[in-house]
Write a protein that binds this ligand. Structure first.
Ligand SMILES: NC(=O)c1ccc[n+]([C@@H]2O[C@H](COP(=O)([O-])OP(=O)(O)OC[C@H]3O[C@@H](n4cnc5c(N)ncnc54)[C@H](OP(=O)(O)O)[C@@H]3O)[C@@H](O)[C@H]2O)c1
Length: 229
């Protein structure tokens, strides 16, 4: 199978690439600066696996278009929209709205840019899955602690976009879901997070493998449970 992973150079994206390559998949690994993605470049592969590095800034129309145009021909089976930013953690009074807009541009619009650019390839693929990495912090039902305005809002927008994509693409049997990777030990999650990136990625890939059309449009936890909106 052929996968696209955004934000592939570190954190959960890097771990997704590691595990996909270990099981022999073709990985189109997208990151902002492939030259500096030393860990990604050093990932071991096995027979059948292929790691292909690409530059891609998901906040840039031109960069996403160039990425899509640079892919070798053929279908894409699974798109993993993983790239994301936390943005500033500020109080209501101090909130930097330009930072909120940047957070939206990456976390919400980035997934739309990627999905639209790759739709012709997804239509050619056999997997027919688009998976957007969201967060439980985007669950309105679960928000009892507040704060993180930009991050929460942008990921809620991503959640809604995923549901609408699921409806738009259902007729073509293409699945769109949002997933919560857990609280993960990455630069974003910090060292105090309970879940190693390897465990999160393992859970996410197991979920992705078993996703069916009837699961489309929903919000899933990396352990395989549904999350309340
Ligand atoms: N860690 C957690 O606890 C946690 C919890 C819930 C959800 N998530 C979500 O999981 C995803 C991965 O997070 P992570 O923990 O692995 O974060 P991370 O360690 O901070 O890595 C973020 C990744 O996104 C990339 N990225 C940021 N802006 C980008 C852009 N404009 N274009 C392309 N790539 C960009 C980064 O690339 P650069 O190296 O170039 O910056 C990096 O590869 C995110 O969507 C995040 O919101 C994480």
């Amino acid at each position: 199978m052929r996968y696209v992973v955004t934000g592939a150079n570190r954190g959960i994206g890097l771990e997704l690439c590691r595990q996909l390559l270990a099981r022999g998949e073709v990985v189109e690994a997208a990151c902002r600066d492939p030259q500096r993605a030393l860990e990604l470049r050093a990932l071991p592969t096995r027979p059948g696996a292929d790691l292909r590095l690409h530059a891609c800034d998901v906040s840039s129309d031109a960069s996403v278009a160039a990425f899509a145009a640079g892919l070798a021909e053929g279908g894409i089976d699974v798109l993993l929209n993983n790239a994301g930013v936390l943005g500033k953690m500020e109080s209501l009074e101090e909130l930097d709205l330009d930072d909120v807009k940047r957070t939206f541009d990456v976390n919400a619009l980035g997934a739309i840019r990627m999905t639209r650019a790759l739709l012709p390839r997804l239509r050619q693929g056999r997997g027919r899955k688009v998976v957007h990495v969201s967060t439980k912090m985007a669950s309105i039902a679960d928000n009892t602690s507040g704060g993180a305005f930009g991050y929460r809002m942008a990921k809620v927008a991503l959640n809604m976009a995923s549901r609408s994509m699921a409806l738009a693409l259902r007729g073509e049997r293409i699945v769109s879901v949002v997933v919560n990777p857990g609280w993960v030990q990455t630069d974003m999650g910090g060292p105090g997070a309970p879940t190693p990136a390897s465990e999160s990625a393992r859970g996410l890939l197991a979920l992705v493998d078993r996703l069916k059309l009837e699961d489309s449009g929903e919000f899933w936890d990396y352990r395989g449970d549904r999350i309340e909106w």
